[in-house]
Design a binder for this molecule. Sequence first.
Ligand code: AMP
Length: 279
Amino acid sequence: MQILNSCAEAKKFINTLKFQNKQLGFVPTMGALHHGHIALVEKAKRENDLVICSIYVNPLQFNNKNDFTLYPRTHESDLKLLEEVGCDIVFFPDEKILDGKDFFQYDVGFLDTVMEGLHRPCHFMGVVFIVKALFDILRPDTAYFGLKDYQQLAVIKQMVKDFEMPVTIIPCPTFREHDGLAMSSRNSRLTKTQRENASNIYKCLSNLKSNTVHKTIDNLKNDFINSLKSIPEMRVEYIEICDADTLKPLETLHSSSSGVACTAVFLGEVRLIDNILLF
Ligand code: AMP
C-alpha cells in the first residue's frame, strides 16, 4: 500500500498514474475508520483499477472547536484496516491543502439554509473547499460518498456540477450496527448508556417511515421528537422531511414523490446524524 504524506508527493504520484491510464476511485474520509468507510473502499476497489483513500480531519468543517479537538484520530488502526481491504494508496494531506482558503468563494445556496447548513454555519463551505482541493490534487475518475451524510452528498453533487469537474460521484448505502445505529466515528465517544440509547434514533426513523401513509408531516415530526424526548441525555436538534432530490421541505407526502427524513440528535455532547428514505 502506497502512503502519500503531502500534497506535493500526491501530485507527483498522480501524474505518473495518469500516464498509465489507470481508472482511479477515491474515498475521502476523516479517519477513525469503521466498516461503513471500508464498504466504500471495497466498492471503489471493485469498480476501478486503483483505489485511493484520504484521511484528513478537516478543521474548516467544524463549527465547534471542542468537536474538532475530540474527533477520534486512530491512524495506526486505520492503516491496518485499509491494508486488509486491499486499498492501493492512502493520502494524508499536509497543511498545504489549506492554501487559498481565505480567497475561496462558493455559494452553497439553498442547501446551506436547511438542516446541517442551518445548524452548522460554514460547515459546507469547509467541506466543499477541502473536497475540491482533494479532487484537484488527485483527479479521480470516481468518488464514493455515504448516504449517511445525505445533505453532504447533495452539496458535493452540486459542487461537481458547478465547477464542471470530470468526476463521477457514487452514492453508497449507510452501514449500521446490529441494533440499527448508523456507524459513525463519533459513536466511540458515547458512554455505554448513551450508546445503548442511541439505537432509538434509527428505531424512531423507521417508525416515522412506517407511519407516512396515515399521518401528516407535522404529526410524524412531533411523534419522532416526543419518542426521543424522554430518553436521558437525548435532544433532537432537528427532524426534517424533505424532497430526496432538492432537499426542499415537503408539505404533503405522496408515494409518487421521493422523500427523505433527516435528523440530528445530541446524546450529551455528541452530535449524531441519520436519515431514512421514505419511498
Ligand atoms: P467521514 O470520515 O465521517 O467524513 O466519512 C467519510 C465518508 O464515509 C463519507 O462519504 C461518509 O458519508 C461515509 N460514511 C460515514 N459513515 C458511514 C456509514 N455508516 N455508512 C456508509 N458510509 C458512511
